[in-house]
Design a binder for this molecule. Structure first.
Ligand code: ADP
Ligand code: MG
Length: 256
């Protein structure tokens, strides 16, 4: 049975996509069977996994509209070692097209049931909003991984996300829990970041992952080559951190 995780944070530019593709690649490196689902119409996780969003025959959009199965729409990225259920601009229309559909927030969950035995991990890259697309992700998942920068306003945004997760847990998905907060783009030389990091630990305790992802230019360069940093330059500091994070995740789910 696949463990399904959303990478979510309603703020943009906090490192969701970078976390999704690098964790996927890190897990693939240690022999895990991974499906990466791109739920963001921007399609960055798709492109960043070496799949051209403009020439995809089928995407997560077709899956949500029930005109394709996950097994039909997912493609294998040879370079990355995991499967990609991609997204492009078409996905932005899904919100409107599903507006009158009953149980529309469960479309992805139903679709993923088909491939449950095919994968060890399904990682869902969520858009920067608490939209119907994100809701589909949260309804499908066993848990949420929240990447966050250790900045003052990061804590404020977290309250909204935590409340949404609580509501989804209460009303739609009893399985859902926060797996953990992942500190990303971390720079220990910045005093404020260390302070916020300490506050996070004091407040969320065990829910803060041990792994810290440093700010590292190789991670930012990799997408322009259509690759996760972990594949583009495995020896880079940022890539090494994500490889460590993959190991931490495997350890965590054994305790779940
Ligand atoms: P989101 O998906 O939340 O919008 P991204 O993963 O796209 O965020 O990251 C936003 C930007 O920050 C991208 O340009 C990405 O390459 C860069 N970035 C993400 N993580 C790191 C990091 N650890 N070090 C340096 N740059 C990073
Ligand atoms: Mg993104």
């Amino acid at each position: 049975m696949a463990k399904i995780f959303c990478i979510a944070n309603q703020k943009g530019g906090v490192g969701k996509t970078t976390t999704t593709v690098n964790l996927a690649a890190g897990l693939a490196r240690i022999g895990q069977r991974v499906l990466m689902v791109d739920l963001d119409p921007q399609g960055n996780a798709t492109m960043g996994s070496g799949v051209d969003k403009r020439s995809m025959a089928l995407s997560v959009y077709d899956v949500l509209l029930e005109s394709a199965l996950v097994s039909e729409a997912a493609v294998y990225s040879e370079k990355c070692g995991y499967h990609v259920l991609g997204a492009n601009r078409e996905l932005a229309g899904a919100e409107v097209e599903l507006v009158d559909v009953e149980r529309r927030e469960r479309r992805l969950k139903q679709a993923l049931a088909e491939v449950d035995v095919e994968y060890d991990f399904v990682l869902i890259d969520c858009p920067p909003s608490l939209s119907m697309l994100t809701l589909n992700g949260l309804c499908s998942a066993h848990g949420v991984i929240v990447p966050m920068q250790c900045e003052y306003f990061a804590l404020e945004g977290l309250t909204d996300l935590v409340n949404t997760i609580k509501q989804v847990h209460a009303n739609l998905n009893k399985d859902l829990q926060i797996i953990g907060l992942l500190r990303v783009m971390f720079d220990p030389r910045i005093t404020l970041q260390s302070q916020v990091s300490d506050q996070l630990k004091a407040h969320f305790g065990e829910k803060v992952f041990d792994t810290v992802i440093p700010r590292n230019v190789r991670l930012a360069e990799a997408p322009s080559y259509g690759l996760p940093g972990v594949v583009f330059d495995p020896s880079a500091r940022g890539s090494q951190a994500f490889i460590g994070f993959a190991a931490e995740m495997v350890e965590r789910i054994q305790k779940m």
